[in-house]
Design a protein around this ligand. Structure first.
Ligand code: HEM
Length: 233
């Protein structure tokens, strides 16, 4: 096997391993946290049922948010995109509509939550970024700009995936909370929300630069600059 074929096979193996982990995290988070809301329950102990509309807004938020979380990974599979473009397009609409619905309901939950101002700010930043990246993904593909559409979708899904990383950060932080008496659940929740937002954005931007922008810049540097390209903006 040639070195080029070997490195392509290795890259593909890495890609599928990463994809598998993301899809598994998305499916497990949705399966564990969303169904209780369909039967009037919640995984959150002593959930606030006093604040008007809060619990209902969580139900309306959780169902489309879970839908976006599990449909997202399918959109990145090239085989589905190429062989079944209609499936890709239909799922794309389901994904985008889910995000708009989940954002609207989540905005209400964030406005009335009793979890504190720092957490509210994190959620509003997340909602703004979620809607903005979804709008950019939509407008770029309407213009036929596939490469940019892909980048905006990666950015958007990394924000959707904050629902998974938020709950992962909570595991060691809750263990810490149980062993010290100065830490409260509200603080654990707030720190996890900010970490999931910043962590996901940083990791995603790193991969976008490494995998897309750096090779592009290298190719540009290697290509001879002809008179026709000079001064053209
Ligand atoms: C990334 C954008 C998202 C934003 C801005 C967001 C926002 C929120 C807000 C504000 C709350 C209420 C928190 C509180 O009252 O303290 C909440 C709760 C919740 N969210 Fe999201 N969310 C997002 C994504 C997701 C996703 C993708 C899922 C999919 C599983 C999800 C599932 C839930 C669930 C189940 C709850 C209820 C709390 C619980 O049972 O853990 N959210 N979200």
């Amino acid at each position: 096997m040639s070195t080029a074929v070997q490195s392509r096979t290795a890259r593909r193996r890495w890609w599928w391993s990463g994809w598998g982990l993301v899809a598994l995290g998305a499916a497990a988070t949705t399966a564990y946290f969303v169904p209780p809301y369909l039967v009037g329950g919640s995984r959150v102990p002593d959930i606030d049922r006093e604040t008007a509309g809060y619990y209902t807004s969580l139900v309306i938020h959780a169902v489309p948010a879970g839908t976006a979380l599990i449909t997202g990974p399918l959109q990145f599979v090239a085989r589905i995109r190429i062989r079944y473009p209609r499936v890709h397009r239909a799922l794309g609409y389901v994904y985008l509509i889910s995000i708009v619905g989940a954002s609207a309901a989540g905005a209400y939950s964030a406005a009335v939550t009793k979890s504190g101002f720092a957490l509210q700010v994190a959620f509003f930043v997340l909602i703004a970024a979620w809607l903005y990246t979804a709008a950019k993904a939509f407008t770029t593909i309407r213009r036929g700009d596939v490469q940019l559409h892909r980048i905006w979708m990666v950015r958007n899904y990394s924000l959707t995936f904050a629902a998974v990383t938020l709950r992962l950060y909570q595991v060691p932080l809750i263990a810490l909370m149980n062993s010290v008496d100065w830490l409260e659940y509200r603080e654990v929740y707030t720190v996890s929300a900010w970490l999931s937002l910043l962590g996901n954005v940083l990791v995603t931007e790193y991969f976008i630069v490494q995998r897309t922008l750096a090779p592009l810049a290298r190719r540009r540097k290697e290509a001879p600059v002809g008179p026709s390209t000079v001064g053209v903006s």
